[in-house]
Design a protein around this ligand. Structure first.
Ligand SMILES: [Zn+2]
Length: 171
């Protein structure tokens, strides 16, 4: 798609057309954590806005299914997909943070608000709010429990692990 011309011309519609299948292909690269939205769009020739939208819709659906429709923090009906490490906006954002399973949880609205409330230490202590230097894969999450709470680790493959990942095994 070289020479497509990012600037376009005055008569062109503002939205670029994507070659058939390119948005799906680009979104799967992004969801696999291999490429940023910007890079995947460049590789496939797809419109980055469409790639971002499809990747996010798919990621949300996957998280909803993984978490069985429930808020992981309190078991109420889940409504919001939350980023543990706050995602950076923009098409060059780290795809593992923006769309990855380990960084996303289903929450209800009150728990989501609590997770972003910097004055509330509970959600940070339970692993729902992480600092940008923390690895979502390595940091445990404390699920809802009537007793002491169940500690799990979210894997990039979309599973709940009961033991921490081995650190330093991949480059
Ligand atoms: Zn909740």
């Amino acid at each position: 798609m070289a020479g497509g011309g990012l600037q376009g011309t005055a008569s062109m519609p503002p939205r670029r057309c994507s070659p058939p299948g390119s948005v799906t292909e680009a979104a799967s690269m992004v969801l696999a954590g291999r490429e940023t939205v910007a890079a995947a769009a460049r590789i496939t020739g797809a419109d980055p806005v469409s790639v971002e939208a499809l990747a996010w819709e798919t990621a949300k659906k996957r998280v909803y299914e993984r978490d069985c429709g429930s808020c992981l923090a309190c078991l109420a009906a889940g409504t919001d997909v939350h980023h543990r490490v706050r995602r950076v906006r923009g098409s060059s954002a780290d795809p593992v943070i923006a769309f990855g399973f380990a960084n996303t949880t289903l929450l209800c609205r009150p728990c989501h608000l609590k997770a972003h409330d910097m004055a509330n230490p509970e959600m940070a202590a339970r692993g729902y709010r992480l600092e940008s230097w923390q690895s979502p894969e390595a940091e445990p999450l404390v699920l809802f429990s009537h007793t002491s709470g169940t500690t799990i680790w979210l894997t990039p493959a979309g599973e709940f692990a009961t033991v921490p990942p081995r650190v330093g095994t991949s480059a």
